[in-house]
Design a protein around this ligand. Structure first.
Ligand code: HEM
Ligand code: HEM
Length: 344
């Protein structure tokens, strides 16, 4: 894995006494990138128009997209609480607990692929998953389309978002609209980003934490604009965590690629807004950020970090909280006699 090697080489080169502020900033700018201030373009060519974003917001908040009429994307990715549900693993249809912790939708647009194991290429592909997942929204594309077509305001909104299409109310367009909305859920201007851009926005402990984050080798895997989300690594690269943290039944990317080398391989978790998104890891087994840092040290680096290093790194990670987007809950179209009824 080239990123890992390059990162480790850089981290090794940096080992030694703490760097002076400007040098540290320079190195940090080689490894990380501030979150852009404007909404990013989408690699699949999906257009982030106002009409698509507004429609996507409606769909994101509408629980009638689920079979029970109870679960919306917002149920598990609450945009008022860091884009997560704050549960160890998500609860969905029929009060079933899913197998994994809900990752934040904030800045998800910057991840190389979606889900803990990267099994969806982009946000549009991702959005078709939860609607159909039995433990999430337990719906069918046909039932979603019937629901949407039963309310004229939705039909109009699809026509405005996808002009020129003869029959724009499709499951593909449903996903594209949600993706456009999610592309707006970015959190620029964290104190760390201000530091990258030249401000003296970090205090001494946070600078020490940044230094340790690079020096210890965390940045070898958690790099780029999302400080993670950019590549895949074995969870337990050096030492496999206990089954309470890394449940044996979930083998990560192995299920996606079915190659032995991907056993227990997961996407390096993005660390943006990490102070808002407890509990941690795909198992959601760890509630305390300091403990998550210590687990990483042992599992990924074979390093027993000192109490001081752990608290410095955690202090640094808390500077990754950006400006949270103000999302207005849309008023949703009223049901009609044709709208499918909620089903248990
Ligand atoms: C993963 C969006 C509904 C629970 C994700 C991700 C996105 C997302 C973008 C990937 C984030 C990343 O990989 O960093 C949506 C949208 C939804 C929706 C747009 C509505 C259409 C739900 C619901 C639940 C849920 C209702 C809970 C019942 C989860 C979980 C994961 C996930 C547990 C991680 C799954 C895995 O990695 O295997 N969602 N979500 N989501 N979401 Fe949702
Ligand atoms: C997850 C921090 C080193 C790969 C995490 C999480 C944190 C973290 C806080 C949990 C994120 C969340 O649940 O949202 C750190 C720190 C490190 C470090 C402070 C240095 C001490 C590394 C290294 C690698 C790596 C060197 C790669 C070899 C991963 C992966 C995950 C992860 C794959 C996801 C684990 C899962 O499936 O639950 N990291 N990390 N990390 N990190 Fe690290």
């Amino acid at each position: 894995r080239t990123t890992l090697t390059a990162g480790v080489a850089l981290a090794t080169a940096l080992a030694g006494p703490a760097l002076a502020n400007d040098e540290l900033r320079e190195y940090a700018n080689e490894l990380f990138e501030p979150i852009p201030l404007s909404t990013p373009d989408l690699a699949n060519g999906n257009m982030v128009t106002r009409q698509r974003v507004d429609l996507g917001a409606m769909l994101f908040f509408d629980p009638r997209m689920s079979r029970s009429g109870l679960f919306s994307c917002q149920s598990c990715h609450n945009v008022g609480t860091g884009g997560v549900d704050g549960l160890e693993t998500s609860i969905g249809h029929g009060w079933q607990a899913g197998p994994r912790n809900s990752p934040t939708v904030f800045n998800a647009v910057f991840n190389v692929a979606q889900f803990w194991d990267g099994r969806a290429a982009d946000l549009a592909e991702q959005a078709t998953g939860p609607v159909q997942a039995g433990v999430e929204m337990n719906n069918t594309p046909e039932r979603v389309i019937a629901t949407l077509n039963s309310m004229q305001a939705y039909v109009d909104a699809f026509q405005e978002a996808f002009p020129g299409e003869e029959d724009p109310v499709t499951f593909d367009n449903f996903a594209l609209a949600i993706e456009a909305f999610e592309a707006t859920l970015t959190t620029p201007n964290s104190r760390f980003d201000q530091f990258l851009m030249g401000a003296d926005s970090l205090d001494e402990q946070e600078l020490a934490g940044l230094n340790a984050f690079i020096d210890q080798g965390c940045a070898a895997c958690h790099a780029g604009v999302n400080m993670g989300g950019q590549d895949y690594y074995p969870f337990g690269l050096v030492e496999r965590p206990g089954a309470n943290v890394l449940p044996e039944g979930d083998r990560g990317r192995f299920a996606v690629t079915e190659t032995a080398i991907d056993d227990y391989v997961f996407r390096a978790a993005p660390l943006r807004n990490i102070e808002l998104t407890a509990p941690y890891f795909h198992s959601g087994a760890v509630w305390d950020l300091e403990e998550a840092v210590a687990v990483m040290g042992v599992a990924q680096l074979g390093a027993e970090l000192s109490e001081q290093e752990i608290s410095d790194i955690a202090a640094f990670l808390r500077t990754l909280t950006g400006e949270i987007p103000e999302v207005v809950h849309p008023v949703l179209p009223t049901r009609t006699a044709d709208t499918p009824l909620p089903e248990p």
